[in-house]
Ligand binder design. Structure first.
Ligand SMILES: O=C[C@H](O)[C@H](O)[C@H](O)COP(=O)(O)O
Length: 233
């Protein structure tokens, strides 16, 4: 297997995205994910709309960045309302064998979850480096927390999730589209994701976590030897 250099990872991300977009049908309301892989899906939906292969698509964006890209490629968008979405396509930071996910390294976890929970089908697209045996193996768990009192919230989280840190790429903490901060938690070696999710979400000051448990219907995972289609066990 060749090295996952940035160049061929981009090719793989696009291959996975193209497979997922084949599932989009004319007239669908589509959840538009966020990140460097979801970008290829948004561009392909735009291309198919222009070519006439797809008609009547409405996109619902999971971030300001995806909204901007959707407009640039000509996808009409609406903000989320209570109606279900026919399909949503998004990337992930980690994909477990049962298709439980960690998401949010791009900072869009809350809008992604709020949107994708309404999708009849959540399709995940990724290159093979995102596959893990257990969540937490490669990536931290992003936890969106209120800006107000964030140091107190982090103290509460550190009680049971030590070793994490406030996301701060520069002089200031990273701020989400919702005006919140992110605590990137180190996951313990052995944990039950459902119980840990419940405990984190029960912590005062937490908005939501990057765990997407039981949500994904399938994943298209691209490797140098082809695109694998994974479904939930
Ligand atoms: O907040 C970002 C999202 O959860 C992304 O879907 C995730 O981080 C994967 O992004 P990428 O496709 O850029 O690796």
């Amino acid at each position: 297997m060749s090295d996952p250099t940035p160049l061929n990872l981009e090719t793989l991300k696009k291959e996975a995205a193209l497979r997922a977009v084949e599932l989009v049908q004319s007239g669908d309301r589509v959840g538009l994910g966020t990140g460097s892989t979801a970008k290829y899906a948004i561009e392909e939906i735009g291309r198919r709309l222009k070519s006439g292969e797809l008609t009547g698509i409405v996109g619902v964006s999971t971030s300001e960045a995806s909204e901007k890209l959707a407009r640039e490629v000509g996808i009409p968008t609406e903000t989320l309302d209570p109606r279900p979405l026919d399909i949503a396509i998004d990337g992930a930071d980690e994909i477990a064998p049962n298709l439980d996910l960690v998401k949010g390294l791009g900072g869009a976890l809350v809008r992604e979850k709020v949107t994708e929970v309404q999708a009849r089908r959540l399709i995940i697209i990724a290159d093979h480096t995102k596959i893990v045996g257990t969540l937490g193996e490669k990536a931290p768990l992003p936890i969106e927390i209120l800006k107000f009192g964030f140091l107190s919230t982090i103290e509460r989280l550190r009680d049971f999730l030590p070793g994490g840190r406030l996301r701060q790429p520069g002089a200031q903490p990273y701020e989400t589209d919702n005006g919140n901060y992110i605590y990137d938690a180190q996951l313990p070696r052995d944990f039950n994701p459902v119980e840990l999710e419940r405990r984190i979400k029960g912590t005062l000051g937490v908005v939501d976590t990057g765990f997407f448990l039981g949500m994904a219907e399938r994943a298209f995972v691209a490797a140098p030897d082809g695109v694998r289609e994974l479904t939930r066990d």
